[in-house]
Design a protein around this ligand. Structure first.
Ligand SMILES: [Zn+2]
Length: 233
């Protein structure tokens, strides 16, 4: 996968936590293969029996590249109690990020109104990932000082492409969201697909693909404080 990514002009990756049971395996893969990583309690697992121990771990463990994924997902949490538990887990993580001055990777599905309210209280830096928000919502993200990370969904959503036009290149990041969001025609996502996202972004902004790839790579390394590159290893 890394070879295919390098062939496509993708020089590094950040792995962010999903399933708490797989966090240790993810960190091991990141260390072995020169990726940055982030650990957090993803909102899908706010009710997991592992949630409390993971939140405690976040308070103690060094998080050299930041905390994530964390956030709100109201498609997964339909009743008010489940949403309250997601919000409680999010607040605890945002407080850690503020106190330790580390970046966050935010996950947001159908919950921007509530997430925006939290982010106006907890002044974090970081990124919102797989972003497909409207132009208005994108302006709100930018006003908070966050970076906007876009993935394969921009290939499908004209609303997302309209929002993208609002984002200055120095605030933009690209992602595959692998393995969850394959590009059209692929069975599973993988890092090489970032180059397909880059092509769509470059076309919609009138930039070259190589400029979009190199600037967004620099943005990620600066934001998440990592220097490793597959190209140099
Ligand atoms: Zn996510």
């Amino acid at each position: 996968m890394i070879r295919r990514a390098l062939d496509a002009g993708v020089t590094g990756a950040v792995l962010a936590a999903g399933d708490p049971e797989k966090v240790d395996a993810m960190v091991q893969v990141a260390r072995e293969h020169g990726c940055a990583w982030m650990i957090g309690l993803h909102p899908w697992w706010a009710d997991s029996p592992l949630a409390d121990s993971l939140l405690e771990r976040l308070e103690e463990e060094p998080l050299p590249h930041g905390l994530g994924e964390c956030g709100l997902d109201y498609v997964r949490a339909r009743d008010p109690h489940a949403r309250e538990r997601q919000i409680a887990a999010l607040r605890r993580q945002l407080a850690i990020a503020v106190e330790r001055e580390i970046p966050v990777a935010l996950h947001c599905v159908r919950a921007w109104h509530d997430l925006y309210a939290e982010l106006r209280v907890f002044k974090v830096r970081g990124l919102i990932h797989a972003w497909t928000g409207s132009a208005q919502q994108t302006r709100e993200v930018l006003r908070l000082g966050l970076h906007v990370s876009v993935g394969p969904d921009v290939l499908r959503s004209s609303r997302a492409r309209a929002g993208l036009a609002e984002v200055p290149l120095e605030r933009l990041l690209l992602e595959s969201d692998a393995p969850d969001r394959p590009v059209p025609g692929a069975e599973q996502g993988e890092p090489a697909h970032v180059s397909i996202v880059a092509s769509a972004v470059a076309q919609s902004r009138g930039e070259s693909v190589s400029t979009v790839l190199s600037v967004t790579g620099d943005n990620a390394r600066r934001l998440l404080d990592y220097s490793s590159s597959w190209a140099s290893s």
